[in-house]
Design a protein around this ligand. Structure first.
Ligand code: MN
Length: 241
């Protein structure tokens, strides 16, 4: 089994060119070498629609298309880039995953998600999430012009649980009971998610058996953290990078 790489919360934007550089270098280095790349949401600080004609959006599309021609790459939407759609997937070769995705790797049963749905104590945020994550909201939004969507995205960020800050202290953490429920319902023993910007490998017990929860790091210009590798071995072993 080859190495799999999981990343999330890169928050790429034209305002943080260093992060885009780092992402480009990662893709170049791993294309054709790792067994798969899983992007678990918030690849973008904001994504206003697949028809975004900006040079920044085009650059990311080109990087991903080149990578995915050599290596399987998967994308699961986050709260900042839930507007990513089929067109983006077609143009980049990324395979879109549902909000909760099960994956078996060796003997490990993984559950992948962005993680915002685990923050169930943030009731107001969950209400907004339920509203904006419907096909109808997406269709109506896409009928608006790019500039109007840009303004709406800024407004949505103000109202989201993350507010305008990317600091962990300003993002609500997951609710432990939501973690247990998600693992149990999926029959999984390894939950991998991002969103909270609190990178860690947590050990827990689930109905008497050991389970783990990997929280992916957010990308920061001052700290070159990547994500999390799952590599071969009987149990599958874990490493933060
Ligand atoms: Mn997020």
């Amino acid at each position: 089994m080859a190495r799999l790489l999981f990343v999330s919360d890169l928050h790429l934007s034209p305002q943080r060119p260093l992060l885009l550089e780092r992402f480009a270098a990662l893709l170049e280095r791993e294309a054709g070498r790792c067994g798969g790349l899983y992007i678990l949401g918030d690849l973008f600080d904001a994504w206003i629609g697949d028809d975004d004609p900006s040079p920044f959006a085009s650059q990311v599309r080109a990087l991903l298309a080149r990578f995915s021609a050599a290596t399987p790459a998967f994308f699961l939407r986050g709260n900042r880039d839930f507007m990513v759609g089929e067109r983006f997937a077609d143009e980049t070769g990324l395979r879109l995953l549902p909000d909760e995705h099960r994956l078996e790797v060796g003997e490990r049963r993984l559950l992948l998600m962005h993680g915002d749905q685990l923050c169930t104590n943030d009731v107001e945020y969950q209400q907004v999430r339920a509203l904006v994550r419907t096909p109808r909201f997406r269709e109506e939004a896409m009928r608006k012009g790019i500039e109007e969507r840009r303004a709406l995205a800024a407004e949505y960020r103000r109202r989201s649980g993350e507010s305008l800050s990317l600091k962990a202290d300003d993002i609500m953490d997951v609710a432990p009971e939501a973690v247990v429920r998600a693992l149990r319902e999926a029959g999984a023993d390894l939950l991998v998610h991002g969103h909270t910007h609190r990178p860690a490998i947590h050990r827990l017990r689930l109905d008497g058996t050991p389970a783990q929860r990997v929280v992916l790091p957010d990308w920061r210009e001052e700290e070159p953290r990547l994500g999390f590798w799952l590599e071969s071995g009987k149990q599958g072993w874990l490493r933060m990078a």
